[in-house]
Design a protein around this ligand. Structure first.
Ligand SMILES: Cc1cc2nc3c(=O)[nH]c(=O)nc-3n(C[C@H](O)[C@H](O)[C@H](O)COP(=O)(O)OP(=O)(O)OC[C@H]3O[C@@H](n4cnc5c(N)ncnc54)[C@H](O)[C@@H]3O)c2cc1C
Length: 218
């Protein structure tokens, strides 16, 4: 999987200036009072100021992760690679370590399959994906339209999308998808995206991210 921050707009100051317009005020630099204001906004669920900064990611991940990401809709917009236009059937996210079904959670996993079974079943998965890929190529070679040939491709096929939205929308996404009850693969993607934002030169969203305690979720 890959996550790249393509573009962004705003910083912590943009958040507090959006809040301070209530009093007709505007500041040109961020100080200790602003740190407190950010915490106050979060505590009182005054979340609209966090909707002004924008983030744009370019993401590469398997289709089953994209499906989970696209459940997040408010304040976000996405455009994906089209399997009707291009053949993107050569990149897959194959599992290396198969996880066991969780006993506590119907949706979750815990622990791993023993090594012997793991390598045998991973090999079978790889073979099956190869077969799907070969059949896809055969269908395309026979002249079948890509939009129809693709129906035999598996959910572990890697896709690409551009995902743009407000800082508030991504914070909501991180709050849900960094959590332990989210699927490991989307947790990994969420974490990669958060790291991209933390690594922006000058750390423009430092105080906002710290105040939301996102690291505590992980
Ligand atoms: C651990 C986990 C398991 C999940 N399992 C499943 C599953 O089995 N099947 C499945 O389909 N989805 C599942 N989901 C997806 C989940 O139901 C949400 O669709 C997803 O997390 C996006 O969250 P959201 O709706 O809060 O986000 P957004 O779509 O970004 O919405 C943000 C907020 O806007 C408000 N909102 C959005 N839409 C409406 C609306 N129509 N009416 C009123 N208020 C609205 C809500 O307050 C919402 O929290 C799962 C999510 C998680 C984290």
């Amino acid at each position: 999987m890959k996550a790249e921050l393509f573009n962004y707009m705003g910083d912590d100051l943009m958040v507090v200036n959006a809040a301070r317009v209530s009093y007709g005020k505007k500041k040109t630099s961020f100080d200790e009072k602003d740190k407190k204001l950010i915490k106050y906004l979060i505590e009182h669920k005054h979340t609209s100021p966090f909707r002004h900064p924008q983030l744009q990611f370019r993401i590469e991940c398997p289709i089953f992760v994209e499906r989970q990401a696209f459940k997040h809709q408010v304040g976000l917009t996405a455009n994906s690679i089209s399997g009707r236009y291009v053949d993107f059937s050569d990149s897959y996210s194959l599992p290396q370590k198969l996880r066991l079904q969780s006993n506590d959670s119907k949706q979750g996993s815990e622990g791993f399959l023993n090594e012997e079974q793991n390598s045998e079943l991973c090999k079978q998965i790889e073979n099956l994906v190869d077969q799907c890929s070969e059949l896809y190529a055969k269908l395309c070679d026979a002249g079948v339209a890509k939009e129809q040939s693709r129906v035999i491709l598996p959910l572990c096929l890697n896709t690409q999308f551009v995902w743009t939205g407000s800082l508030a929308a991504f914070i909501h996404f991180w709050n849900l998808r960094l959590k332990k009850d989210a699927q490991q693969e989307i947790r990994e993607l969420a974490n990669m995206m958060l790291e991209c934002v933390k690594n922006i030169e000058g750390n423009p969203f430092k105080h906002t991210l710290e105040a939301w305690d996102l690291d505590d979720i992980i």
